[in-house]
Design a protein around this ligand. Structure first.
Ligand code: PBG
Length: 331
């Protein structure tokens, strides 16, 4: 390209002045795009700070409504609830108990606030072994632990129904069991909850970025790992298969998780499907920015905003993020 042509012609910088930048901005972030995770802990009467997730706490049931109101004051209207039960057992029975921690918290939040309440439908916080379902009878307690898919489906159906009965606005199954969306859809419809949507953790990877969450929710597997049910980080085409299976089974919103290391998967889901796409900016993505900011190496507000903007640019309509409140306050 000769210099003269370059000078008279193509100058992208023309559109970067302060006046025009907002008009040509391709991506915008709004507090209404964000969903804030909230941890409700049946084992405490006081708020407990989560060390690896600065600014986040496990809150007692009596503080659930206050916690949700704090979120709403920032302009974020949607929360996703995670529970820490009073006790755990082999099958995770506190996950579907009518007086379980999530059921009680959801009832109060639905009665006393205008928040939009999503609930995480999974067993890992509720099982004594920390896996996302019932262990196969033959599983040895060392390597190659695996979860009995179809027995677990029956439990996920009960959990989702109990959340809807308590007043959840949407359920979000995260256990990566085959057929979970269809099973939950049938169960909700059978109980008269045809109008309750399902946000499927459709492409959820077996990721090391969940570390801080597992401290927060006390849901780390006691042995083995989750690679027999969560996806291999090496695979993107497989994510399309996972997502299309969930679409066939009636998922309403498709989630990719984690977010930043999987922007290609978010972009593929956006291109290939017409459904709303959600992304989960997970605990490790939050913790690493905080750790660097604490060292003075990054500006936390700026990197948080840029992260969420990038996730939207990749194609996510909604973002579940621990930055929801702080970024909403900046907007
Ligand atoms: C499963 C669940 C997990 C997260 C959300 N739902 C943990 C896991 O799969 O180990 C992780 C979220 C995060 O890291 O922020 N109930």
């Amino acid at each position: 390209m000769d210099n003269e042509h370059h000078q008279r012609g193509k100058r992208p910088r023309r559109l970067r002045t302060d006046g025009i930048r907002p008009l040509v901005s391709e991506t915008t972030l709004s507090p209404r795009d964000l969903i804030a995770p909230v941890f409700i802990d049946a084992t405490t009467e006081e708020r407990q700070p989560i060390e690896s997730m600065p600014g986040h706490e496990r809150v007692p049931l009596d503080d659930a409504v206050a916690r949700v109101e704090e979120v709403r004051e920032t302009g974020v209207e949607a929360v996703i609830l995670f529970g820490i039960p009073e006790e755990k057992d082999e099958t995770g029975s506190r996950a579907w108990a009518d007086d379980g921690i999530i059921q009680r918290a959801t009832r109060r939040i639905a009665d006393e606030t205008d928040a939009y309440v999503l609930t995480d439908v999974c067993l890992c916080e509720y099982t004594s072994h920390g896996h996302c379902g019932v262990l196969e009878a033959s599983a040895p307690e060392d390597a190659h632990v695996t979860v009995d898919n179809d027995e677990t489906l029956a439990l996920l159906e009960k959990i989702a129904r109990s959340h809807a009965e308590a007043g959840a606005d949407m359920v979000a199954p995260s256990g990566m069991m085959d057929g979970m969306v269809g099973a939950i859809r049938t169960s909700l419809d059978g109980a008269g909850f045809e109008q309750i949507p399902i946000m499927s953790y459709a492409a959820k990877y077996e990721s090391a970025f969940y570390g801080p969450f597992r401290d927060a929710a006390d849901g780390a597997p006691a042995f083995g790992d989750r690679r027999h049910y969560q996806m291999d980080p090496a695979n993107a085409r497989e994510a399309s298969r996972e997502v299309s299976l969930d679409v066939e089974q009636g998922a309403d919103v498709l989630m990719v998780k984690p977010a930043l290391p999987y922007l290609d998967v978010i972009a593929d889901a956006r291109r290939e499907f017409d459904h709303p796409v959600a992304a989960y900016n997970v605990s490790g993505e939050y913790a690493m920015l905080h750790a660097a900011a604490e060292q003075g190496w990054l500006d936390l507000d700026e990197v948080a905003h840029e992260s969420l903007l990038s996730i939207k640019r990749a194609g996510a309509d909604l973002i579940l993020t621990y930055f929801a409140e702080t970024v909403a306050e900046q907007l």
